[in-house]
Design a protein around this ligand. Sequence first.
Ligand code: HEM
Length: 370
Amino acid sequence: MTLLHRLTGAPPGMPPRALMLRCSAIGALLAGTAGAFAAAGGWLSPAALTPARIVDRFERVNGPHPGFRRNHAKGLCVAGEFAGNGAGAALSKAGVFAAGRTTPVEGRVALAGGQPYAADAATTVRSLALRFRLPNREEWRTGMNALPVFPVRTPEAFYEQLLAGKPDPATGKPDPDRMKAFFAAYPESAKAAGLIKARTITAGFADSTFRSLNAFRFVAADGRATPVRWALIPERPAMQESASQAARTDKNYLFDDLIAQLRQEPRSWHLVVTIGQSGDATADATLPWPADRESLDVGTLTLTGATPEEAGNCRDVNFDPLVLPDGIAPSDDPLLSARSAAYARSFARRAGEATRPSAVAATADRGDAR
Ligand code: HEM
């Protein structure tokens, strides 16, 4: 498999001409999303926020970690499949929702933050990113966090929060005055922080609920569009983190537990889609939707194995939230194009750098992920 095959996610046998077409399509997509971000953020002004400035700020806050993602740097590859139950087909024409359709999925569990060798900690935000491989070479890529809401509403707030939240070397915690000034400037983030602090922290990745947080639109075969957010809800009841777990000193305990659990048996989550009504915020990921909104279980994700990150697996994937199949479309949330453009910049930098092995690889044995 060549580097181009890996970067574009093309199957190993794809001939050179088809590969070049795929490259230009991805190039056009990235240029398009970066262009949209540039326009939204006022690219041409010298003080404008650009994808490069966001990624520079991650590097300034976390220090240099060549070859690693600039955020969610510590991770593990997972694999499995998604079985649609047909309930989603009325809302979205995406083939992944057809009754009885099984779609292969590869993904990555990770911890938020730009430190690839940080010790696992219960309060660090957990994430699950997935790449569904649909027939006819379509893909659905989604990155979800185990949070009730996202801490910021705009790319500018994200950029400011990165610096405001930087731990002070003396205390290991963010400077309270800086955080106070940040919350005063972005009151919606102060409210979101309250919801995030009050969340239940479960025992590990396997019983975490992962949410899209951003809104999207499902588009039906007749063209009808429905605002949605989605969540992966674990099939088994969630366990709250115990005191003995919290006291563990194994630096990779969350990842090691998942590897051990998947070695015993597959783990499943229900993909539950919440349907927004008119007036529900689609451009503000800090705001929860009312709890009584209709939700629909559209199928089951089953993860069967885990593999340490290395060349050619989930390490070399950009889980760009705007890689969507026909039948799922972006909402007006300004974070979406900002994410797409920043992920592309982070990906371009890390793909060009020599890397060290993932921290998780050091303790994990080789799982059975495909
Ligand atoms: C402006 C807002 C945001 C920025 C600038 C940002 C930035 C980033 C960057 C630079 C990466 C590393 C990408 C790579 O190298 O592949 C990343 C990863 C990730 N982000 Fe965001 N992010 C934002 C908002 C969000 C939101 C709203 C979510 C919602 C759930 C999210 C979930 C994730 C996940 C799950 C990953 C890890 C993907 C993986 O495992 O490869 N991010 N983010």
